[in-house]
Write a protein that binds this ligand. Structure first.
Ligand SMILES: Nc1ncnc2c1ncn2[C@@H]1O[C@H](COP(=O)(O)OP(=O)(O)O)[C@@H](O)[C@H]1O
Ligand SMILES: [Mg+2]
Length: 298
């Protein structure tokens, strides 16, 4: 990694309006009028969204709010009914997942996609190829070219060491714990050196013992200059690591702001406490600060 750690200024949101669709000083992703309907259900209906560069943005909201669907649309894994979005100023709504990965935007999945009966190292190699697409990869990403297999392996090894999975390199991915699979998925997404990474519920199924390390890895991504957008139910985590929070309910963005102010916002309270009692955002989490050392497992 060539990025200089901590050389980047901490993201500053003091001049950002705390409203849905708020303009950001330097957005890396800008979406307009994005809609997706399943049967009669409008799963996503996002008027305007700007994702700030070099920051960690949390996307929160009750189950069924449309968070995963929005991720699928923005990352080219699903097609919208309507809408446009730009990444790095370039219109990308027609690009598929492979071309978006090439442009620097990758994602991980709510349910990990590590292949159990393949080694950790092979998951890294294949995962990268997967992200980039079989056809586009070899021609356009030099290190993916088969003649440069050693470089692929070197990058995979370096990333596995960073995520403390190097000792598991030759083990089947199926032998990893839930948390280690999450780390593997994150490491695999980084094979393509993305500018922006979207994490769908990175903490789901992670043993509390790995929670702190996962949090550290996510803030490290920002400190290395990447932009992070993540979906998470665990409000301790959201409060602890996010710079900015976007709230979705019934497909729409209903609130935005810094973590502390958003969690006291009436629209957020309504979104969670309406008909949805299955999230772990309780009254206490809304109304008072939790000790930061107390991490909730999931
Ligand atoms: N492939 C699909 N087919 C039909 N309905 C879907 C599909 N994916 C999501 N939905 C519906 O869209 C809504 C949003 O779902 P989702 O994006 O998974 O929410 P979240 O990730 O916020 O929990 C839900 O009502 C869900 O049932
Ligand atoms: Mg989801």
């Amino acid at each position: 990694m060539s990025a200089e750690l901590s050389a980047l200024p901490h993201p500053d949101f003091s001049r950002t309006e705390r409203v849905p669709g708020a303009a950001k000083e330097d957005p890396i992703l800008v979406a307009d009028g994005v809609t997706r309907t399943f049967g009669g259900v409008r799963a996503v209906d996002v008027g305007h969204l700007e994702v700030p560069r070099h920051a960690i943005t949390a996307l929160i909201g009750p189950n069924g709010a449309g968070k995963t669907t929005l991720f699928n649309l923005l990352t080219g894994f699903d097609r919208p009914d309507g809408g446009t979005w730009t990444f790095e100023g370039r219109r990308v709504e027609r690009l598929g997942a492979a071309r978006l990965a090439r442009a620097g935007m990758v994602r991980t999945f709510q349910l990990t996609k590590a292949l159990s009966r393949m080694t950790v190292l092979d998951n890294m190699r294949l995962g990268a190829k997967d992200q980039l697409g079989e056809r586009l990869g070899p021609a356009l990403v030099p290190w993916m070219w088969s003649g440069r297999e050693a470089e692929v392996t070197a990058r995979a090894t370096e990333l596995l060491a960073r995520f403390k999975l190097d000792t598991k390199m030759n083990d089947f991915a199926g032998s990893l714990s839930g948390g280690q699979r999450k780390l593997l998925e994150m490491a695999r997404a980084l094979m393509t050196e993305p500018k922006m990474i979207m994490l769908d519920e990175p903490m789901a199924g992670v043993n509390p013992a790995l929670t702190q390390s996962l949090l550290g890895h996510i803030t490290d991504l920002r400190d290395r200059g990447m932009t992070v957008l993540f979906v998470e139910h665990d409000m301790h985590m959201v409060r602890h690591i996010s710079d900015w929070v976007v709230v979705m309910a019934e497909g729409r963005i209903v609130a935005e702001g810094p973590p502390r102010s958003v969690m006291n916002d009436q629209a957020v309270v309504d979104a969670y406490l309406g008909s949805h009692h299955d999230t772990d955002l309780g009254d206490d989490a809304l109304l008072q600060d939790q000790p930061e050392t107390e991490q909730r497992g999931s």
